[in-house]
Ligand binder design. Structure first.
Ligand code: FES
Length: 66
């Protein structure tokens, strides 16, 4: 699903950006190599970032191999 219509940024793009360290909409734009146009997606991007950060935090940590 597209969250940013102007720049064609999808949920999965936001998720990938969050896993790479993005924590705010401007980080997501940077990670996608795009810049904001109308800014109408900022709220949706923030919500998705928060959702993905929570999801990543709730994942069990991978155990290091001995
Ligand atoms: S909807 Fe994202 S910049 Fe317009």
């Amino acid at each position: 699903m597209y969250l940013c219509i102007c720049r064609a940024i999808r949920e999965r793009d936001v998720d990938a950006a969050v896993r790479a360290g993005a924590r705010k909409p401007s980080d997501v734009f940077r990670a996608c190599g795009k810049s904001p146009q109308c800014g109408g997606c900022a709220c949706d991007l923030r919500e998705r970032i928060a959702h993905t950060v929570r999801e990543e935090a709730s994942r069990p940590a991978l155990m290091a191999a001995d």
